[in-house]
Design a protein around this ligand. Structure first.
Ligand SMILES: [Mg+2]
Length: 412
């Protein structure tokens, strides 16, 4: 069957989301997530101007061929905008194929390899008591693995510390962990790596003393350290048995990971800003990482991320798919179907979307006993309420950025 209609839908219920909706000649619809946090409209233009005209009349069943056509025919390859656009097409075609077959997408990928997906949430606090409260809230919500981020003495604002603004839509109270702020300019934050390195091991010691040795703990370095600083931190965190240390150095310099590896046995996770298998090729082959952080939405879709993870499996490297709230419910569903099917699933990042988002995107996933499951609805299991989406027009929003004390721009 051919694709009759391709629409790009932008909505901003709790934050901005870009969704591609394909409709076949006989009325089956498929959804794909094309959200690129802070640069959303660039992907909207790429899809609307250059991809939608190519999809109308195309064969809905040819997922791999369509992917290769979009990737190779553009001549200009890779990059977050291109790959988010292609990802949306790939997801939407898998969604349609699942609906056509009457099966959830994970069945088409080989069926379930487990009963559910271990997920981790984001606990944070400026000081230890606030952090401990946040860990307890997550445990009460059922999380069995928790990322730990804290304030650093002397720094005003820092990545990963939840703002205290609560979402009261529908009577729900929820802390806002989404760092993208609405406004015409990005918010400036401050940073000092030496202060951070002095402070963090004590935080993990306190958390282990409070919550014991069993709870899997994670931490995100957010690309802020030099290789030798990351090596030092990894080594100092070894007594606290981290599940992983994420993005310890800027991802562009992949050789840095060799140096880090020589000094520490703390597991390393990297790749949320990567967008093709080529970004992972060498660091997987050289076994410089333990977890692949790619997101279905930013890696070009289910098809290429599955190939990347199958390649990683040869080296006992597992998945750790990116999943904060800037991945839409469609992108999260795609991650859950892929994670359920592959053998080398590791863990899934999971932040709850706000109630407005859950009204716009009707979802069929479940969250029970700390495990996610995509559900058994045909396709990806997500439907977009277009009328509800129309109530929330796009609003300019940017991720914050960092400056050091002397005014130098640093990695955020
Ligand atoms: Mg991260």
């Amino acid at each position: 069957m051919t694709i009759d209609k391709a629409e790009v839908i932008v909505t901003s219920p709790d934050r901005n989301f870009v969704t591609l909706k394909l409709t076949t000649a006989d009325g089956i619809t498929g959804l794909g997530d094309a959200t690129l946090n802070g640069r959303e409209l660039a992907v909207v233009a790429y899809l609307s101007e250059h991809v939608v005209p190519l999809l109308v009349g195309a064969d809905e069943g040819r997922i791999e061929d369509t992917w290769q056509f979009l990737y190779r025919s553009a001549y200009w390859r890779r990059g977050p905008v291109t790959m988010a656009a292609i990802a949306a097409v790939d997801m939407a075609l898998w969604d349609i194929k699942g609906k056509r077959a009457g099966m959830p997408v994970y069945q088409l990928l080989g069926g379930a390899s487990r009963t559910g997906l271990l997920a981790y949430g984001h606990a944070s606090g400026k000081e230890l008591p606030e952090l401990f409260d946040s860990v307890r809230e997550h445990l009460e919500q059922g999380y069995r693995a928790i990322r730990i981020q804290t304030g650093v003495p002397g720094l005003k604002a820092i990545y990963g510390i939840a703002s205290q603004a609560a979402d009261t839509f529908g009577g729900e109270v929820r802390y806002d962990h989404e760092p993208a702020r609405r406004g015409v300019k990005p918010v400036e934050e401050d940073w000092d790596t030496r202060s951070y390195l002095r402070h963090l091991p004590g935080v993990f010691e306190a958390v282990r003393n409070e919550f014991g040795p069993e709870l899997p703990l994670l931490h995100d370095g957010h690309h802020r350290m030099t290789p030798i600083q990351a090596a030092k931190l990894g080594k100092e965190l070894e007594p606290y048995d981290l599940f992983w240390l994420e993005d310890c150095t800027p991802a562009e310099n992949q050789e840095a990971l060799r140096l880090v590896r020589q000094h520490t046995t703390t597991p390393l996770a990297i790749g949320e800003i990567f967008n093709t298998v080529w970004d992972f090729k060498d660091i997987i082959r050289e076994q410089l990482i333990d977890y692949v952080r790619g997101a279905v939405t930013h890696m070009g879709g289910i098809s290429p991320l599955k190939k990347t993870l199958d390649y990683a499996a040869m080296y006992q490297i597992k998945s750790g798919m990116h999943g904060p709230t800037d991945i839409s419910p469609v992108g999260m569903a795609a991650a859950m179907h892929l994670g359920l099917a592959i053998h080398n699933f590791g863990i899934q990042e999971y932040m709850r979307h706000g109630a407005r988002t859950d009204h716009v995107f009707r979802q069929s996933f479940t969250w029970r006993d700390g495990l996610l499951h995509p559900g058994d609805a045909p396709g990806l299991g997500v439907e977009l309420d277009v009328d509800e989406a129309g109530k929330y027009p796009y609003e300019q929003a940017y991720l914050p950025y960092n400056r050091l004390a002397d005014g130098t721009v640093h990695d955020w």
